[in-house]
Design a protein around this ligand. Structure first.
Ligand code: ADP
Ligand code: MG
Length: 518
């Protein structure tokens, strides 16, 4: 006998009993057609390489940039008779990431085989977590300080642990296969389609990079492929396309914009969106393959990897031993005692090691009564700007906390001008291993501030100012007539140069003004 229950269920849902919004959801066509509203739906899938010494299921080393095929065990090469043995350090790092992202972690989880053949995957399958990912239902919240207009919660659907493949490099018709990366550990993190706009995708990825790097789980680099982002894009929760291989946050943002535009145009022209995997050429997305051509991966539980049962309480221990998370660190930088301006705080956060260095200099300057307000400016603009290491790692030994701190303290207490401070600072940057202290350098280069009260100094300043006034009569005239009062800065700059920055600009301005208006 045939059982027919479908019509009855449908009949019990009467359109007039459901909200207008829900009705629109029942018919995507109506949403798109009659409302003429095209909203982006976007979710991300992110692979992150774990920074462990050893691979996921073997004891060979996880070393990047070593000679091809030098870090390959028999198991990695899939020789018959070898078996996987789970390296638990990988699980520990994966747990750190999951806990920091507020995921529910399963007490017990399993691994599965995903079958496909590729030269750089000799086993013919990848071990992943298809049926029971170890972590689910997490969240990463973005705040205005991260760059979004209003707070937005991006839900993490799941995170799974899996093996990476090897690498194929094509030279003419030959594929060169390097198995060093085979069987190294990845986590794949899948978000819900909660990304409201392309810029937010970029901000999300940056925040995730920072978090994983801070936890020492992954280097977070997109360029090297340590982190790989695929974006899924559709219009109004419709048929989606996936764009692969986006190697910078700007590529992510622009690819989403372009793909959304493409789909919108197709829909406006009455075309259907096909489910596709697409590439990105820097301007447009283009079809790599259709999903209907997709293979059946024949997922099956891996019979050789035992289920993992976490020791009771382990997840709590991981939670309790996490370092202070970037969200907290960032929030604290913006308020007393630090009160770092938002832009500077962002730069410090983006530079690995930047915040710790800042705090050490802050404490040093504070203990000596210096102006702590200028510390972030010194570090972000003079130090990180000069070294060009923003968004990267920086080596704090380049100038010690004591040396940069002493420069700031000496400027604060009026012993040297800011210009002299910058000279000393550059001296340290350009003379690695300089052993002399800030005080010794002030002495050696005679950089002590020329005090206008001391013998002969006032006359010297006056004569330097007069020289500059004589050199630029037109400018002096335009200041005098009130036409271009701001040109005084130009004259001040010239006097500063001729006294090598040893007189502070305020004094120079006073002397210049009195000479001009005489
Ligand atoms: P599947 O099970 O088909 O792989 P998932 O639910 O795992 O699909 O989603 C894969 C990715 O696609 C996730 O990042 C998710 O946020 C995103 N996604 C799901 N539905 C849509 C949609 N309609 N439009 C855009 N992205 C989507
Ligand atoms: Mg999926």
């Amino acid at each position: 006998m045939m059982l027919s229950f479908k019509p009855r269920i449908l009949a019990s849902i009467k359109p007039r009993n459901i909200s207008r919004a829900a009705r629109l959801l029942y018919s995507t066509e109506a949403t798109i057609g009659s409302q003429n509203q095209y909203n982006l739906t976007c979710g991300l899938e992110i692979h992150a390489q774990l920074q462990t010494k050893q691979k996921l299921f073997s004891t060979s080393n996880n070393i990047f940039n070593s000679p091809p095929n030098s870090q390959v065990s028999y198991y990695d090469a899939a020789l018959p008779g070898t078996q996987p043995i789970l390296n638990t350090k990988n699980v520990y790092l994966a747990l750190k990431a999951a806990v920091a992202l507020d995921c529910k972690v399963s007490d017990s989880f399993t691994f599965d085989r995903k079958h496909y053949f590729y030269g750089d995957q000799p086993a013919g399958y990848q071990i992943t977590q298809h049926f029971e990912p170890y972590a689910q239902d997490g969240i990463l919240e973005l705040f205005p300080r991260d760059g979004v207009k209003k707070p937005v919660k991006i839900r993490i659907k799941q995170i799974q642990i899996e093996q990476d493949t090897g690498k194929s490099t094509y030279i003419d018709d030959t594929a060169n296969i390097d198995l060093n990366r085979t069987n190294t550990c990845l986590i794949e993190l899948v978000t819900e389609p909660d990304i409201p706009d392309p810029e937010t995708a970029g901000i999300f990825v940056k925040k995730l990079q920072m978090l994983l790097k801070h936890l020492q789980v992954c280097s977070g680099e997109l360029e090297s492929g340590a982190m790989r982002v695929d974006v899924n894009v559709s219009v109004n929760y419709g048929q989606r396309c996936e764009i692969k291989n986006l190697s910078s946050t700007s590529a992510i943002v622009h690819a989403i914009k372009a793909e959304f535009k493409r789909q919108k145009k197709d829909l406006q022209n009455g075309k259907k969106i096909e489910s596709e995997t697409r590439g990105w050429d820097g301007k447009n997305t283009w079809k790599l393959r259709g999903k209907e051509e997709g293979v059946d991966y024949r997922y099956m539980p891996d019979p050789e990897v035992l289920p993992v049962d976490l020791e009771p309480g382990l997840v709590d221990v991981v939670r309790q031993t996490l370092p202070e998370l970037p969200d907290e660190i960032f929030k604290n930088l913006l308020v007393a005692p630090y009160s770092v301006p938002l832009k500077d705080a962002r730069s410090l956060m983006a530079t690995y090691g930047g915040v710790d260095y800042y705090k050490a200099v802050f404490d040093y300057v504070k203990e000596r009564g210096g102006k702590t307000k200028t510390v972030s400016n010194w570090i972000v603009h003079n130090l990180l700007g000069e070294l060009n290491v923003q968004d990267k790692e920086f080596d704090p030994s380049i100038i010690s906390v004591k040396n940069i701190g002493d420069i700031i303290v000496k400027i604060s207490d009026g012993s040297i001008t800011t210009a002299s401070g910058k000279l000393i600072f550059k001296h340290y940057l350009h003379n690695e291993g300089e052993q002399q202290s800030v005080e010794e350098l002030i002495e050696q280069f005679d950089l002590g501030k020329a005090e206008s009260g001391t013998d002969g100094v006032q006359e010297a300043i006056t004569s330097l100012c007069q020289e500059v006034i004589d050199k630029f009569p037109d400018i002096t005239e335009s200041i005098k007539s009130g036409k271009k009062p701001k040109s005084i800065q130009f004259l001040i700059g010239n006097v500063m140069r001729s006294c090598q920055g040893r007189v502070d600009p305020k004094t120079i301005e006073e002397v210049l003004k009195s000479l001009i208006n005489k």
